[in-house]
Design a protein around this ligand. Structure first.
Ligand code: CMC
Length: 431
């Protein structure tokens, strides 16, 4: 294979280096195109643009492959857990047992919030959207830990381990406190004896009169949910984190921007949309049959939680989470749930119906994760928050990659201006 592509442009020929990734992905390096020809490339929405090189996550959508730091998601789901995977994603290697113990100790140490932060969360209106509170609170962490948020990458990187542990641990406490405050419930304090997921569920659901102890299946479903969301390469929120980081911003400022991007319904909202769809089907007195027929005719809404822009044959995360979902349901003894019946009908249909088979539309991770959240008792407006807790290690790793790049340039895409050409100012009495 040639390592140069030739571009003929006007009366010029330009050699563009071909850049090949470690998994054989090929790209044209156009970084000198503008300087040498005056042209830029146009790629609305960046669908065909590699914005960076990265060593964190590899996805092959056609083959249904997802790997963190080279490790297949299936192996991590089976043999690891969210905390260990968070270490892998942020540090680049699996931890030794000493490293893992130290990381867990740091997460435990950083789980509680400073009293000022607690008051900050309590100061929001009770009906504030939890994503607004989450992003504001994560940004505020920079104010509580100024030595970790100097906005000087070199200095911030010296304290990277501490900042990463604070973000990964506190995001869950912030989320749970937000939930308790908005429901007028007393706050729970993190327990040093509990694991990451058990602690989160305790923070959310323990009452002074009743300690919440999840079944192992429930804790494991939550663990898997978080692990499967830990990173997904250059999606909208991750690109946002990298963009903000490229300006020299600190970790907390950068990842809080990621939370805001995730809040958008086209990004983090799909698992919520699944539940809303099931509720609407149920409210219409339908068992799913009419809805499917309308979706197939192209006249009705699409089936939320089906299909994927990148994974064209199957979503590897959906395959993994599905098993855990059924185990959690069995352990919770959930049987007579009309929404669940509708969900199972949609799933069965999509797997057997010609329309869905030929278009390669199968349940994606959001289909099952929405159902898992519901089974765990997580309210609908917290679904995207749960996604953010899972995605935190990925955002942190991506921030680090940008901050540690010795050749870092601020991200600054170009545009094609299509507005009015130069014109003269009209005084107000003549307009
Ligand atoms: N239900 C019914 N029909 C569908 C669906 C669906 N969910 N998705 C695609 N189609 C049909 C579409 O109408 C088209 O049919 P035809 O060829 O007859 O015109 C065909 O399948 C191809 O559709 P497409 O628009 O080219 O597919 P896409 O790759 O552009 O869209 C998608 C991918 C995820 C946006 C889309 O499948 C969809 O809207 N799904 C529902 C929303 C959803 O679950 N989103 C979450 C995705 S996972 C998010 C994450 O990883 O973070």
């Amino acid at each position: 294979m040639s390592n140069i592509a030739t571009l003929k442009l006007d009366d010029k020929e330009l050699n563009l280096p071909i850049f090949v990734g470690s998994e054989g992905e090929k790209a044209l390096d156009i970084s000198k195109l503008r300087a040498e020809t005056g042209y830029i490339t146009y790629d609305d929405g960046f669908g065909n643009t590699g914005s960076c090189t990265s060593k964190i996550t590899y996805i092959d959508g056609e083959a249904g492959i997802l790997r963190y730091r080279g490790y297949p998601i299936e192996q991590l789901a089976e043999k690891s857990n969210f905390v260990e995977t968070a270490y892998l994603v942020t540090q680049g290697e699996l931890p030794t047992s000493d490293q893992r113990a130290k990381f867990s100790r740091m997460l435990t140490q950083h789980a509680p919030l400073r009293e000022g932060m607690v008051r900050f969360i309590q100061s929001f209106p009770r009906d504030a959207h939890p994503m607004a509170v989450l992003s504001a609170s994560i940004n505020a962490l920079g104010a509580y830990y100024p030595h970790l948020a100097s906005n000087n990458h070199q200095r911030d990187l010296e304290h990277f381990d501490e900042a990463a542990a604070i973000a990964i641990s506190k995001v869950r406490t912030i989320a749970a406190h937000t939930f308790r405050v908005s429901n007028g419930l007393s706050l729970n304090y993190p327990r040093p004896t509990l694991g990451y997921c058990e602690n989160f569920l305790h923070l959310m659901f323990s009452e002074p009169y009743n300690e919440f102890v999840p079944t192992p299946e429930v804790a494991s479903a939550l663990n898997l949910f978080l692990l499967l969301h830990a990173d997904h390469e250059q999606n909208c929120s991750t690109s946002t984190v990298r963009m903000v980081a490229s300006a020299g911003a600190n970790l907390f400022a950068s990842v809080s921007a990621g939370v805001n991007a995730l809040w958008g319904p086209l990004h983090g909202g799909a698992n919520m949309a699944v539940l809303e769809m099931l509720q609407n089907i149920h409210n219409d007195g339908d068992d799913g049959t009419k809805f499917i027929a309308a979706a197939k005719s192209g006249k009705g809404d699409r089936l939320m939680g089906f299909g994927h822009r990148v994974y064209r044959n199957h979503d590897p995360r959906a395959k993994i989470i599905k098993g855990s979902f059924y185990k959690a349901l069995a352990s919770l003894n959930i049987k007579d749930d009309p929404l669940l019946d509708i969900a199972m009908r949609l799933e069965e249909c999509a797997l057997n119906d010609e329309y869905f088979i030929t278009r390669k539309l199968y349940p994606n991770v959001d289909f099952y994760s929405g159902l898992i959240m519901r089974a765990l008792g997580i309210p609908l407006n917290m679904f995207t928050v749960m996604f953010a807790i899972g995605r935190m290690p990925g955002w942190i790793a991506q921030w680090r990659e940008v901050a540690a790049n010795p050749k870092l340039k601020i991200y600054r895409p170009r545009q094609i201006y299509v507005g009015a050409q130069q014109r003269n100012f009209t005084p107000i009495n003549l307009r």
